[in-house]
Write a protein that binds this ligand. Structure first.
Ligand code: TMP
Length: 213
C-alpha cells in the first residue's frame, strides 16, 4: 500500500511542530508506519541548508538565493527520504513544505508566484501532499507563543506584527489556491483541543485507512 504525505503549514509560533508530533504519535498508535520530518531539513543536506539559512543575517542572502536553497533542500529531502518512504507505505508527516516557500520567499520577499511554482515543478514535479493542515491564529497569539518558546530566534522569528499578518494572509491564500489538499484549522486554544480537530480531519480525509470517529 502507498503511504500518505501530510504537511503542516502556518506562520511562526502557530504550533506546527507540536501538532505534527501529536499526529505522528497518534498514527503510530494506530499501528501505521510513520515518519516525522521537517523543512528546511529532514536529512543531512537539508539540515546543512537549514543551518546556513538560520545563521545568515537577512541582508546576507538575496531572496532568490534563499528560494533556490529552499528548493535545493526540498529536492534532496524529497528524492532521498519523502518519496522512498511513501513508496514503502509510510505516513510521512512534514513540518512545512513548499507552501512555506510561496509565502516566505513569495509573499514576503516578493518573488513571483509563477517563479516559485517553476522551481517547484523542476524539483518535485507534480507531487503534492495528500493533506495540508494550515494552522491559523491571530498574530498576537503566535507572537506571544514565540516569545515564551524559543531561546534562539532567527530572522523570521523576529518579525513585526505586520509581517506576521502578511504571512497569515499568505497561507490563507495558499489554502484557497490548493483547496483540494488544504484545510485551515483555528489554532487558538489548548493543544489537545486543536489536535482533536486535526485528528477528525485526518480521519475524514484519509478514511480508507483509518477508523471513522
Ligand atoms: P521553523 O522550522 O522554526 O518554522 O523554521 C523554519 C523557518 O524557515 C521559518 O521561519 C520559515 C522558513 N522557511 C522559508 O522561508 N521557506 C521555506 O520554504 C521553508 C520550508 C521554511
Amino acid at each position: 500500500m502507498m503511504g500518505k504525505f501530510i504537511t503542516f503549514e502556518g506562520g511562526d509560533g502557530v504550533g506546527k511542530t507540536t501538532q505534527a508530533t501529536l499526529l505522528a504519535n497518534a498514527l503510530k498508535t494506530l499501528g501505521l508506519k510513520v515518519k516525522i520530518t521537517r523543512e528546511p531539513g529532514g536529512n543531512v543536506i537539508g539540515e546543512k541548508i537549514r543551518n546556513l539559512m538560520k545563521s545568515s543575517s537577512p541582508s546576507d542572502m538575496d531572496p532568490l538565493c534563499e528560494a533556490l536553497l529552499m528548493f535545493a533542500a526540498r529536492r534532496d529531502h524529497f528524492v532521498k527520504l519523502i518519496k522512498p518512504l511513501i513508496n514503502k507505505g509510510y505516513f510521512v508527516v512534514c513540518d512545512r513544505f513548499y507552501d512555506s516557500s510561496l509565502v516566505y520567499q513569495g509573499v514576503l520577499k516578493k518573488i513571483a508566484f509563477e517563479d516559485i511554482m517553476a522551481l517547484k515543478k523542476i524539483t518535485i514535479g507534480d507531487f503534492e501532499p495528500d493533506l495540508t493542515i494550515i494552522l491559523d491564529v491571530d498574530s498576537d497569539v503566535s507572537i506571544e507563543r514565540l516569545s515564551t518558546r524559543k531561546l534562539i530566534l532567527d530572522e523570521y522569528d523576529l518579525m513585526k506584527k505586520n509581517e506576521h499578518d502578511l504571512i497569515r494572509k499568505g497561507f490563507q491564500k495558499t489554502a484557497e489556491i490548493f483547496s483540494f489538499r488544504s484545510v485551515i484549522v483555528n489554532a487558538a486554544g489548548s493543544e489537545q483541543k486543536i489536535f482533536a480537530k486535526i485528528m477528525k480531519i485526518v480521519q475524514k480525509r484519509l478514511l480508507d485507512i483509518l477508523p471513522s470517529g
